[in-house]
Write a protein that binds this ligand. Sequence first.
Ligand code: MG
Length: 219
Amino acid sequence: MHKIEVDAKIDVLSLNKRYAKENREFFRKNNILVINVMGAIGSGKTLLIEKTIDSLGYKIGAILGDVVCKADYDRISKHKVKAKAINTGKECHLDAHLVNHVIDEFDDVDILFIENVGNLICPVDFDLGEDIRVVMVSVTEGDDVVAKHPEIFRIADVIIINKVGLAKFVGANVEKMFNDAKDLNPKAKIIRMDLKEGIGFDEWLDLVNSYVSRHNREG
Ligand code: MG
């Protein structure tokens, strides 16, 4: 990168840091657990949020980031929860400033899901003020998808390998994906999942419940 581009990126990131801090203070003040869900288009992010809303008794809200269109917003809204779409235009990630514009509407929720823009590269540098970072991949993306995107897996708290029921049809080796994730990030919780077949979903719900309990304890 040329110096002028490096300087511009430093400016963008320091501004983001300021807004992320502001977001985090707002979330803490209102006792909201915030989960940033990242992953490629089609990995299963929206379905995970929909099923979680239907399965847990908490008051849940969702911010849906997309380059264009409100399809995810329409899906989430059907579940009678507070939802807000953010279209980023040409940007391939949400940033803390965009999120900052809409958080006031979520001051009464227990859990706020933020579905990031669908890709495994751009969201890495942008802290949104979240508590938990989830990275979701589908076996249909190829079993080398984890190894090819090390940065996003290194910053994850939870790594979900979704659609494991399709692995045999697409020739994907789930254990390779699991081990690649483990090598990159030994501390992350890694879940083998298939939302359509119900695999791994209880494990996810237990995890979310444990995050809520921990969050309430720590205040
Ligand atoms: Mg989606």
